[in-house]
Design a binder for this molecule. Structure first.
Ligand code: UT7
Length: 337
Protein backbone atom coordinates (compact mmCIF):
# COMPACT_ATOMS: atom_id res chain seq x y z
CA UNK A 1 0.00 0.00 0.00
CA UNK A 2 1.00 3.63 -0.37
CA UNK A 3 2.29 5.31 2.79
CA UNK A 4 3.06 8.99 3.37
CA UNK A 5 6.60 9.69 4.56
CA UNK A 6 8.33 12.87 5.67
CA UNK A 7 11.42 13.38 3.51
CA UNK A 8 12.63 16.71 4.90
CA UNK A 9 11.66 19.40 7.40
CA UNK A 10 12.62 23.05 7.85
CA UNK A 11 11.75 25.99 10.08
CA UNK A 12 12.18 29.72 10.14
CA UNK A 13 11.44 32.38 12.73
CA UNK A 14 12.09 36.10 12.27
CA UNK A 15 15.23 37.50 13.90
CA UNK A 16 13.46 40.01 16.13
CA UNK A 17 13.03 38.61 19.65
CA UNK A 18 10.31 40.16 21.85
CA UNK A 19 10.67 39.33 25.52
CA UNK A 20 7.99 39.49 28.20
CA UNK A 21 9.72 42.57 29.59
CA UNK A 22 9.41 44.21 26.16
CA UNK A 23 5.65 43.58 26.23
CA UNK A 24 5.45 45.05 29.74
CA UNK A 25 6.55 48.40 28.28
CA UNK A 26 3.50 48.48 26.00
CA UNK A 27 0.76 47.06 28.24
CA UNK A 28 0.00 46.21 31.86
CA UNK A 29 1.57 42.80 32.15
CA UNK A 30 4.68 41.23 33.65
CA UNK A 31 7.26 38.59 32.91
CA UNK A 32 6.07 36.75 36.03
CA UNK A 33 2.38 36.65 34.90
CA UNK A 34 3.21 35.48 31.39
CA UNK A 35 5.64 32.77 32.56
CA UNK A 36 3.32 31.48 35.28
CA UNK A 37 0.13 31.44 33.20
CA UNK A 38 1.57 30.37 29.85
CA UNK A 39 5.20 29.25 30.17
CA UNK A 40 6.23 31.72 27.46
CA UNK A 41 9.56 33.53 27.93
CA UNK A 42 9.93 35.18 24.54
CA UNK A 43 8.57 35.09 20.99
CA UNK A 44 9.82 36.12 17.55
CA UNK A 45 7.99 38.86 15.68
CA UNK A 46 8.62 40.18 12.19
CA UNK A 47 10.51 43.45 11.84
CA UNK A 48 8.51 46.62 12.50
CA UNK A 49 9.60 48.02 9.17
CA UNK A 50 9.23 46.68 5.65
CA UNK A 51 6.82 43.99 4.51
CA UNK A 52 7.19 40.41 5.63
CA UNK A 53 4.25 38.21 4.74
CA UNK A 54 3.38 34.76 5.97
CA UNK A 55 4.48 33.30 2.63
CA UNK A 56 7.94 34.91 3.11
CA UNK A 57 8.42 33.01 6.36
CA UNK A 58 7.00 29.91 4.68
CA UNK A 59 9.44 30.31 1.80
CA UNK A 60 12.47 30.25 4.10
CA UNK A 61 11.22 27.19 5.95
CA UNK A 62 10.33 25.48 2.66
CA UNK A 63 13.80 26.04 1.18
CA UNK A 64 15.38 24.23 4.13
CA UNK A 65 12.85 21.39 3.94
CA UNK A 66 13.38 21.00 0.18
CA UNK A 67 17.15 20.99 0.58
CA UNK A 68 16.98 18.32 3.29
CA UNK A 69 14.63 16.22 1.17
CA UNK A 70 16.94 16.61 -1.82
CA UNK A 71 14.04 18.03 -3.86
CA UNK A 72 13.88 20.87 -6.33
CA UNK A 73 10.72 23.03 -6.25
CA UNK A 74 9.70 21.40 -9.58
CA UNK A 75 9.44 18.05 -7.76
CA UNK A 76 6.40 19.27 -5.81
CA UNK A 77 2.97 18.09 -7.05
CA UNK A 78 0.94 20.14 -4.58
CA UNK A 79 1.46 22.85 -1.97
CA UNK A 80 -0.74 22.84 1.12
CA UNK A 81 -0.42 26.04 3.15
CA UNK A 82 -1.92 26.15 6.65
CA UNK A 83 -2.38 29.60 8.15
CA UNK A 84 -4.88 31.84 9.91
CA UNK A 85 -2.86 34.92 9.03
CA UNK A 86 -2.53 34.91 5.22
CA UNK A 87 -0.39 37.62 3.61
CA UNK A 88 -3.56 39.19 2.14
CA UNK A 89 -7.31 38.48 2.35
CA UNK A 90 -7.12 36.60 -0.98
CA UNK A 91 -5.58 34.84 -2.87
CA UNK A 92 -4.12 32.39 -0.41
CA UNK A 93 -0.54 32.29 0.81
CA UNK A 94 -0.06 28.94 -0.96
CA UNK A 95 -0.35 30.72 -4.33
CA UNK A 96 2.08 33.41 -3.22
CA UNK A 97 4.55 30.80 -2.01
CA UNK A 98 4.18 28.86 -5.25
CA UNK A 99 5.32 31.91 -7.22
CA UNK A 100 8.12 32.72 -4.77
CA UNK A 101 9.44 29.18 -5.20
CA UNK A 102 9.79 29.94 -8.91
CA UNK A 103 7.02 27.54 -9.93
CA UNK A 104 4.64 28.26 -12.76
CA UNK A 105 1.47 26.11 -12.47
CA UNK A 106 1.89 23.78 -9.47
CA UNK A 107 -1.45 23.60 -7.59
CA UNK A 108 -1.64 25.24 -4.19
CA UNK A 109 -4.33 25.21 -1.57
CA UNK A 110 -4.69 27.04 1.72
CA UNK A 111 -6.35 25.54 4.73
CA UNK A 112 -7.84 27.68 7.48
CA UNK A 113 -7.80 25.38 10.48
CA UNK A 114 -5.86 27.62 12.86
CA UNK A 115 -4.09 25.67 15.63
CA UNK A 116 -4.89 22.35 13.98
CA UNK A 117 -3.79 23.57 10.54
CA UNK A 118 -0.81 21.24 10.41
CA UNK A 119 -2.83 18.27 11.67
CA UNK A 120 -5.57 18.83 9.10
CA UNK A 121 -2.89 19.51 6.49
CA UNK A 122 -1.06 16.26 7.17
CA UNK A 123 -4.32 14.29 7.05
CA UNK A 124 -5.24 16.01 3.76
CA UNK A 125 -1.79 15.42 2.25
CA UNK A 126 -1.95 11.77 3.32
CA UNK A 127 -5.35 11.37 1.61
CA UNK A 128 -4.06 12.99 -1.60
CA UNK A 129 -1.00 10.74 -1.60
CA UNK A 130 -2.79 7.49 -0.76
CA UNK A 131 -5.45 8.17 -3.42
CA UNK A 132 -2.73 8.71 -6.02
CA UNK A 133 -3.67 12.35 -6.67
CA UNK A 134 -0.18 13.51 -5.68
CA UNK A 135 3.16 11.88 -4.97
CA UNK A 136 5.12 14.75 -3.47
CA UNK A 137 3.53 17.45 -1.33
CA UNK A 138 5.01 20.48 0.38
CA UNK A 139 3.05 21.13 3.58
CA UNK A 140 3.66 24.49 5.26
CA UNK A 141 2.40 25.92 8.55
CA UNK A 142 3.15 29.62 8.94
CA UNK A 143 1.86 32.68 10.75
CA UNK A 144 2.51 36.38 11.06
CA UNK A 145 0.45 37.24 14.13
CA UNK A 146 2.31 40.28 15.37
CA UNK A 147 0.90 42.76 12.85
CA UNK A 148 -2.65 41.81 13.87
CA UNK A 149 -2.50 41.91 17.67
CA UNK A 150 -3.91 44.52 20.02
CA UNK A 151 -0.61 45.43 21.67
CA UNK A 152 -2.22 47.28 24.57
CA UNK A 153 -3.69 46.39 27.96
CA UNK A 154 -7.08 45.86 26.25
CA UNK A 155 -5.66 42.98 24.20
CA UNK A 156 -3.08 41.62 26.63
CA UNK A 157 -4.66 38.19 27.20
CA UNK A 158 -4.20 37.39 23.50
CA UNK A 159 -1.22 39.57 22.57
CA UNK A 160 1.25 38.00 24.99
CA UNK A 161 0.62 34.51 23.65
CA UNK A 162 1.29 34.73 19.93
CA UNK A 163 4.53 34.55 17.97
CA UNK A 164 5.45 34.59 14.29
CA UNK A 165 7.11 31.64 12.58
CA UNK A 166 6.96 28.98 9.91
CA UNK A 167 7.83 25.35 9.33
CA UNK A 168 7.53 23.06 6.34
CA UNK A 169 7.62 19.35 5.59
CA UNK A 170 8.19 17.50 2.32
CA UNK A 171 5.87 14.50 2.11
CA UNK A 172 6.24 11.62 -0.31
CA UNK A 173 4.21 8.52 -1.08
CA UNK A 174 6.04 5.18 -1.06
CA UNK A 175 4.78 1.69 -1.83
CA UNK A 176 5.47 -0.50 1.20
CA UNK A 177 4.00 -3.20 3.45
CA UNK A 178 5.77 -1.74 6.49
CA UNK A 179 3.69 0.17 9.06
CA UNK A 180 5.57 3.45 8.57
CA UNK A 181 4.76 7.08 7.83
CA UNK A 182 1.31 8.46 8.65
CA UNK A 183 -0.40 5.66 10.59
CA UNK A 184 -3.69 7.39 11.40
CA UNK A 185 -5.39 10.76 11.65
CA UNK A 186 -8.45 11.89 13.60
CA UNK A 187 -10.14 15.25 12.93
CA UNK A 188 -12.98 17.16 14.60
CA UNK A 189 -14.62 20.56 14.53
CA UNK A 190 -17.42 22.12 16.57
CA UNK A 191 -18.59 25.40 15.07
CA UNK A 192 -20.82 26.28 17.98
CA UNK A 193 -17.67 27.52 19.72
CA UNK A 194 -16.54 29.65 16.75
CA UNK A 195 -17.02 32.92 18.62
CA UNK A 196 -14.90 31.76 21.54
CA UNK A 197 -11.77 32.48 19.54
CA UNK A 198 -12.18 34.60 16.47
CA UNK A 199 -11.12 37.58 14.47
CA UNK A 200 -14.41 39.24 13.65
CA UNK A 201 -13.53 41.82 11.00
CA UNK A 202 -13.05 42.60 8.21
CA UNK A 203 -15.80 40.18 7.26
CA UNK A 204 -18.00 39.69 4.20
CA UNK A 205 -21.10 39.34 6.40
CA UNK A 206 -20.78 42.92 7.62
CA UNK A 207 -22.91 45.15 5.36
CA UNK A 208 -22.61 47.34 3.48
CA UNK A 209 -18.83 47.32 4.03
CA UNK A 210 -16.56 44.76 5.61
CA UNK A 211 -15.14 47.12 8.21
CA UNK A 212 -15.95 50.60 9.43
CA UNK A 213 -13.98 53.29 11.23
CA UNK A 214 -16.14 52.64 14.32
CA UNK A 215 -15.19 48.96 14.29
CA UNK A 216 -11.53 49.87 14.05
CA UNK A 217 -11.93 52.27 17.00
CA UNK A 218 -13.56 49.47 19.00
CA UNK A 219 -10.70 47.09 18.14
CA UNK A 220 -12.99 44.57 16.43
CA UNK A 221 -10.26 43.78 13.91
CA UNK A 222 -8.20 42.14 16.68
CA UNK A 223 -8.55 38.48 17.74
CA UNK A 224 -10.76 37.86 20.80
CA UNK A 225 -10.63 34.77 22.94
CA UNK A 226 -12.54 33.15 25.78
CA UNK A 227 -9.29 31.75 27.13
CA UNK A 228 -10.81 29.81 30.00
CA UNK A 229 -13.25 27.92 27.74
CA UNK A 230 -10.57 27.07 25.17
CA UNK A 231 -8.27 25.92 27.98
CA UNK A 232 -10.99 23.65 29.40
CA UNK A 233 -11.85 22.19 26.00
CA UNK A 234 -8.18 21.46 25.33
CA UNK A 235 -7.45 19.70 28.61
CA UNK A 236 -10.54 17.51 28.32
CA UNK A 237 -10.44 16.66 24.63
CA UNK A 238 -6.72 16.11 24.04
CA UNK A 239 -6.52 13.06 26.37
CA UNK A 240 -9.67 11.62 24.74
CA UNK A 241 -8.39 12.00 21.20
CA UNK A 242 -5.11 10.36 22.23
CA UNK A 243 -6.98 7.23 23.25
CA UNK A 244 -9.07 7.36 20.08
CA UNK A 245 -6.16 7.60 17.65
CA UNK A 246 -4.22 4.87 19.47
CA UNK A 247 -7.20 2.55 19.10
CA UNK A 248 -7.54 3.49 15.43
CA UNK A 249 -3.88 2.66 14.79
CA UNK A 250 -3.94 -0.54 16.88
CA UNK A 251 -1.56 0.91 19.47
CA UNK A 252 -2.32 -0.54 22.89
CA UNK A 253 -0.25 1.50 25.34
CA UNK A 254 1.46 4.87 25.49
CA UNK A 255 4.77 2.98 25.76
CA UNK A 256 4.51 2.36 22.03
CA UNK A 257 4.62 6.12 21.40
CA UNK A 258 8.11 7.60 21.66
CA UNK A 259 7.35 11.28 21.29
CA UNK A 260 4.32 13.50 21.72
CA UNK A 261 4.25 16.93 20.07
CA UNK A 262 1.19 18.81 21.23
CA UNK A 263 0.14 22.19 19.87
CA UNK A 264 1.97 24.95 21.77
CA UNK A 265 -0.84 27.18 23.08
CA UNK A 266 -0.04 27.17 26.78
CA UNK A 267 2.54 25.13 28.67
CA UNK A 268 -0.04 24.55 31.42
CA UNK A 269 -2.41 22.88 28.94
CA UNK A 270 0.33 20.45 27.99
CA UNK A 271 1.20 19.81 31.65
CA UNK A 272 -2.46 19.05 32.45
CA UNK A 273 -2.51 16.71 29.45
CA UNK A 274 0.61 14.91 30.67
CA UNK A 275 -0.84 14.49 34.14
CA UNK A 276 -4.24 13.33 32.86
CA UNK A 277 -2.65 10.45 30.94
CA UNK A 278 0.26 9.91 33.38
CA UNK A 279 2.72 10.32 30.54
CA UNK A 280 6.32 9.64 31.63
CA UNK A 281 8.51 12.75 31.84
CA UNK A 282 10.42 13.62 28.70
CA UNK A 283 7.94 12.18 26.20
CA UNK A 284 6.09 15.45 25.55
CA UNK A 285 8.13 18.02 23.62
CA UNK A 286 7.50 21.71 24.31
CA UNK A 287 9.16 24.78 22.86
CA UNK A 288 6.52 27.43 23.59
CA UNK A 289 9.02 29.03 25.97
CA UNK A 290 11.06 30.30 22.98
CA UNK A 291 8.41 30.91 20.34
CA UNK A 292 5.03 31.49 21.99
CA UNK A 293 2.03 30.17 20.09
CA UNK A 294 2.81 30.14 16.37
CA UNK A 295 -0.52 28.41 15.63
CA UNK A 296 -0.28 26.38 12.37
CA UNK A 297 3.51 26.42 12.67
CA UNK A 298 3.86 25.06 16.22
CA UNK A 299 3.79 21.34 15.52
CA UNK A 300 6.08 21.29 12.43
CA UNK A 301 8.42 23.75 14.18
CA UNK A 302 8.75 21.37 17.10
CA UNK A 303 8.97 18.39 14.75
CA UNK A 304 11.86 19.99 12.90
CA UNK A 305 13.66 20.68 16.19
CA UNK A 306 13.19 17.13 17.47
CA UNK A 307 14.56 15.66 14.23
CA UNK A 308 17.50 18.06 14.24
CA UNK A 309 18.32 17.31 17.89
CA UNK A 310 18.10 13.55 17.29
CA UNK A 311 15.15 13.24 19.70
CA UNK A 312 12.86 11.90 16.98
CA UNK A 313 14.77 9.05 15.35
CA UNK A 314 14.10 6.56 12.59
CA UNK A 315 11.76 3.83 13.86
CA UNK A 316 10.20 6.12 16.48
CA UNK A 317 6.48 6.78 16.61
CA UNK A 318 5.23 10.32 17.25
CA UNK A 319 1.82 11.70 18.11
CA UNK A 320 0.88 15.20 16.94
CA UNK A 321 -2.26 16.71 18.48
CA UNK A 322 -3.94 20.00 19.22
CA UNK A 323 -7.09 22.05 19.71
CA UNK A 324 -7.82 25.62 18.74
CA UNK A 325 -10.11 28.09 17.02
CA UNK A 326 -13.15 26.69 15.29
CA UNK A 327 -13.04 24.93 17.62
CA UNK A 328 -11.15 22.29 15.75
CA UNK A 329 -9.13 19.48 17.23
CA UNK A 330 -7.32 16.48 15.90
CA UNK A 331 -4.30 14.20 15.92
CA UNK A 332 -1.93 12.28 13.65
CA UNK A 333 0.25 9.28 14.46
CA UNK A 334 3.47 9.10 12.47
CA UNK A 335 6.25 6.48 12.40
CA UNK A 336 9.59 7.85 11.24
CA UNK A 337 11.32 5.83 8.54
O1 UT7 B 1 -3.90 28.38 20.28
C1 UT7 B 1 -5.17 28.88 20.39
C2 UT7 B 1 -5.88 28.26 21.51
N1 UT7 B 1 -5.74 29.07 22.68
C3 UT7 B 1 -5.54 28.54 23.84
O2 UT7 B 1 -5.43 27.35 23.96
C4 UT7 B 1 -5.52 29.48 25.01
C5 UT7 B 1 -6.14 28.84 26.22
N2 UT7 B 1 -6.24 29.77 27.34
C6 UT7 B 1 -5.16 30.26 27.98
O3 UT7 B 1 -4.05 29.95 27.65
C7 UT7 B 1 -5.40 31.12 29.19
O4 UT7 B 1 -6.79 31.24 29.43
C8 UT7 B 1 -4.79 32.56 29.07
C9 UT7 B 1 -3.28 32.47 29.17
C10 UT7 B 1 -5.21 33.22 27.81
C11 UT7 B 1 -5.26 33.41 30.25
O5 UT7 B 1 -4.91 32.80 31.46
P1 UT7 B 1 -5.99 32.62 32.62
O6 UT7 B 1 -5.28 31.97 33.73
O7 UT7 B 1 -7.18 31.93 32.06
O8 UT7 B 1 -6.30 34.12 32.99
P2 UT7 B 1 -7.69 34.92 32.96
O9 UT7 B 1 -8.08 35.23 31.55
O10 UT7 B 1 -8.68 34.27 33.85
O11 UT7 B 1 -7.27 36.25 33.65
C12 UT7 B 1 -6.86 36.29 35.02
C13 UT7 B 1 -6.46 37.71 35.35
C14 UT7 B 1 -7.50 38.74 34.91
O12 UT7 B 1 -7.48 39.78 35.87
P3 UT7 B 1 -8.58 39.86 37.05
O13 UT7 B 1 -9.89 39.91 36.35
O14 UT7 B 1 -8.37 38.60 37.83
O15 UT7 B 1 -8.20 41.09 37.76
C15 UT7 B 1 -6.97 39.25 33.61
O16 UT7 B 1 -7.41 40.55 33.32
O17 UT7 B 1 -5.26 38.05 34.62
C16 UT7 B 1 -5.49 39.23 33.85
N3 UT7 B 1 -4.69 39.13 32.64
C17 UT7 B 1 -3.41 39.52 32.58
N4 UT7 B 1 -2.61 40.05 33.49
C18 UT7 B 1 -1.35 40.32 33.13
C19 UT7 B 1 -5.06 38.64 31.42
N5 UT7 B 1 -4.02 38.71 30.57
C20 UT7 B 1 -2.99 39.25 31.25
C21 UT7 B 1 -1.67 39.57 30.94
N6 UT7 B 1 -0.89 40.10 31.88
N7 UT7 B 1 -1.16 39.35 29.71
Amino acid sequence: MIRTLIRGTGRYVPERVVTNDDLAQWMETSDEWIRQRTGIEQRHWVSETGETGTSDLGLKASKTALERAGWKPEDIDLIIFATLSPDIFFPGSGCLLQHKLGLSTTPALDIRQQCTGFIYGLATADAYIRSGMAERILLVGAEVHSTGLDISTRGRDVAVIFGDGAAAVCLEGVETDEPIGVLASVLYSEGKHAESLMLEAPASRICPERITHEMLDEGRHYPKMNGKLIFKLAVTRLPKITMEIMEKAGIKTLDEIDLIIPHQANLRINQFYEQALKIPEGKVYNNIQKYGNTTAATIPLALDETIEKGIFKKGDTALFLGLGAGVTWGANLYRHA
